[in-house]
Design a protein around this ligand. Structure first.
Ligand code: SAM
Length: 205
């Protein structure tokens, strides 16, 4: 079986990552972007949804959620941990999101939390048009991108915000947020991990 690129290291550490990710309330993890999350119930796409912590949080706010997660060792236990019927789980992956794109659905909010930096430059160029096509007019794309030491066994790139903003601009996605925050995980904070928070809105309403 081939490993989806970007997922290296996750299956081996899944058990520990469930403890870690689920110990941080989603509202704390997303404090910097809370104002950009739609208040009215809508359609949310969470790509690289990991343990499903955020998918469950969105579902609790009344949203319908498609949670895309290619690592079986994350997705299968996540489905059991967060069985809300408002969440649909998909085994699919960036850059092409082949399964999802076949359905021609669009979303009010597309979230990529701690995922974009797993793609190399060629993959990022390929992925951005897919992300734009998944957004409804007026919809929001939020990306949280990690910088700093790379955990052993993971595949990660240090991505300048300007590159992502330019890729988005080419797809008519307008930047509404570009800021840096420290990590909400103590272990990462001590290791010097910081995050770029980007958000884009697709023109139209
Ligand atoms: C750092 S975890 C973040 C999980 C979750 N978004 C969170 O913030 O708790 C990154 C997740 O992205 C997934 N991932 C890695 N490469 C991916 C790709 N090419 N397409 C989609 N997801 C990917 C991994 O399997 C992993 O579950």
């Amino acid at each position: 079986m081939t490993t989806v690129s970007g997922t290296e290291g996750y299956a081996d550490e899944a058990e520990e990552l469930f403890r870690l990710y689920e110990s941080i309330p989603a509202a704390d993890a997303h404090r910097a972007v809370l104002h950009l999350i739609p208040q009215a119930p809508g359609w949310v796409l969470d790509i690289g949804s990991g343990t499903g912590r955020d998918a469950a949080w969105f579902a609790a706010q009344g949203h319908r959620v498609v949670a895309v997660e290619p690592t079986d060792a994350m997705r299968i236990p996540a489905m059991a941990l967060h069985p809300q019927p408002q969440i649909e789980w998909l085994d699919d992956s960036l850059p092409d999101l082949t399964v999802l794109r076949r359905r021609s659905e669009t979303f009010d909010l597309v979230m990529l939390t701690a995922v974009w930096m797993h793609l190399d430059e060629t993959q990022r160029r390929r992925a951005m048009p897919s992300l734009a096509a998944l957004l409804r007019p007026g919809g929001t794309l939020i990306m949280k991108i990690r910088h700093g030491p790379v955990p052993v066994g993971r595949r990660m790139f240090d991505i300048p915000a300007e590159e992502t903003i330019e890729l988005a601009r080419m797809q008519d996605l307008h930047a509404v947020l570009n800021g840096r925050t420290e990590s909400s995980q103590e272990r990462n904070r001590l290791a010097g991990v910081i995050w770029t928070n980007l958000a884009f809105v697709r023109a139209g309403s």
